[in-house]
Design a protein around this ligand. Structure first.
Ligand code: NAD
Length: 454
């Protein structure tokens, strides 16, 4: 690990001085190499992580979009200027890299999340130490190899592996200037505190409990399909999974149809044709999800669909859980207060839009939410009053494209600048402001100016 930081520190000297056009060229070649190798990376993700092949391609594609956006660095890195702030004096700014930066990634998006991190940092002139999740290191290794093939000089990107010790090493090493983290609250809060105490910039994207508010005027067919897809896709192992449905008023009647649609999804190994959802990441994850389902039953929720005993032919020992629906859930229940991170939809009910907004705003997380309605005024009220960082209107998973930033808020985020987009550039750069005066000779001062300049 020490060798990785030393190597990145050494590489920073030349990389930060490499012309921005050369850095852009490397990332232009990189995005093409990712496209050329998409199928291979997707297969690697499916075999290692379990998600379906189509979903693995989506994982890469959303990361690729960040790389493509990074190729606009020649405009993104522009500073500001203000000429003639006084006689013969101009002010301008540069956006400069920080030095060695580091990233710590979760298991659920083995390509997308590392691609939120090192490309943005490196195109700004930083060098990088990347720590993938110890559960899915393969995609990061392949992505690093492709970046090397695209022409990134040795030392500009180093990969380290491990769990707690590697994370604490990153938080403590004085040559690491900034840390990007995505993962659970338990790890993120620890990293935010330890990294900040050591004087580093830290951004932490963390856990979620995303609510989909269903109004009775919504397009029913569309809404139920969107809800089921967003709750159970990737076996619910997405930070933007729509894991809580809030049925408002008459929409409460739609519950049986929701359950029916969920029951029709196909659970299978991710590389099998027709699979809608694959297994969970580990036996512990499966046990935890099953325990949370049971806790819901014990606390009085209605188990309308139980995926705990799902059997997948040929994979009898796989960590599968089928789509599960818990209805009549109340905010005090453990299945509501905890992020389940599995294929479990919890359903709560509300009488009015105001009640629904109250429920969402009471929840400590602020990652994502969606409202399903055909009424513009309802949608506008919701988007303005809900205290969540990413809001979809008839869009179940509103992850912003990379010209915007990923803006989870409240309990889902620590830090003050978000991932990718303009905020990503801000995170990975520091501003230097230059004020310069070039006087004509006849304006030379005749004595010391001891008064504060005005
Ligand atoms: P995790 O926190 O277990 O692991 C993330 C990283 O932190 C890994 O690299 C791991 O090695 C390290 N780590 C784990 N426990 C640690 C500890 N106690 N101390 C120090 N380091 C530790 O998360 P995960 O299970 O891999 O991913 C799932 C979580 O990530 C969910 O909570 C999900 O919501 C969240 N997530 C959030 C976003 C987002 O953008 N908000 C995106 C994806 C995932």
């Amino acid at each position: 690990m020490l060798a990785a930081v030393t190597s990145s520190k050494k590489a920073f000297v030349n990389w930060s001085e490499t012309s921005v056009l050369s850095r852009q060229q490397i990332f232009l070649r990189y995005q093409q190499l990712i496209k050329d190798n998409l199928k291979e990376i997707a297969m690697l993700i499916t075999l290692e992580q379990g998600k379906t092949l189509a979903d693995a391609e989506g994982d890469i594609f959303r990361g690729l979009q960040v790389v493509e956006h990074a190729c606009s660095i020649t405009s993104l890195l522009l500073g500001e200027t203000l000429p003639s702030i006084t006689k013969d004096m101009d002010t301008y700014t540069y956006r400069l890299p920080l030095g060695v930066c580091a990233g710590i990634a979760p298991f659920n998006f083995p390509a997308m999340i590392p691609l939120w991190m090192f490309p943005m940092a490196m195109v700004c002139g930083n060098t990088y130490v990347m720590k993938p999740s110890e559960r899915v290191p393969g995609a990061t290794m392949l992505l690093a190899k492709l970046l090397q093939d695209a022409g990134a000089p040795d030392g500009t990107l180093n990969i380290i592996h491990g769990q707690h010790a590697a994370v604490n090493f990153i938080c403590d090493h004085p040559d690491i200037k900034a840390i990007s983290f995505v993962g659970s609250n338990q790890a993120g809060e620890h990293i935010y505190e330890r990294g900040s105490k050591n004087g580093k910039r830290v951004q932490c994207n963390m856990g979620a409990k995303n609510h989909g508010v269903v109004m009775p005027d919504a397009n029913k067919e569309n809404t139920l399909n969107q809800l089921v897809g967003a709750a159970f896709g990737a076996a619910g192992q997405r930070c933007m999974a729509l894991s809580t449905a809030v049925l408002v008023g008459e929409a409460k009647q739609w519950l049986p149809e929701l359950v029916e649609r969920a029951s029709k999804l196909t659970v299978n190994a991710g590389d099998q044709p027709g699979a809608d959802l694959g297994p969970l990441i580990s036996s512990q994850a499966k046990q935890r999800v099953c325990d949370l389902i049971q806790s819901g039953v014990q606390e009085g929720a209605k188990l309308l669909l139980d995926g705990r005993n799902v059997k997948v032919k040929g994979y009898e020992n796989g960590y599968f859980v089928g789509p599960t629906v818990l209805a009549g859930v109340k905010p005090h229940m453990k299945c509501y207060t905890e992020e389940i991170f599995g294929p479990v939809l919890v359903v709560v009910e509300a009488d009015t839009l105001d009640d629904a907004i109250g429920i969402v705003n009471e929840n400590p997380y602020g990652n994502g939410t969606a409202i399903f309605t055909t009424n513009g005024a309802t949608a506008r009220k919701y988007t303005h009053q809900v205290d969540v960082g990413q809001v979809g209107v008839n869009v179940p998973i509103p992850v912003p494209l990379p010209m915007f930033s990923f803006t989870g808020s409240r309990g889902s985020f620590r830090g003050d600048t978000n991932f990718y987009g303009k905020q990503g550039i801000q995170f990975y750069t520091q501003v230097k402001t230059i004020t310069s005066q070039w006087k004509a000779e006849d304006a030379t001062l005749t004595g010391p100016a001891v008064v504060m300049p005005m």
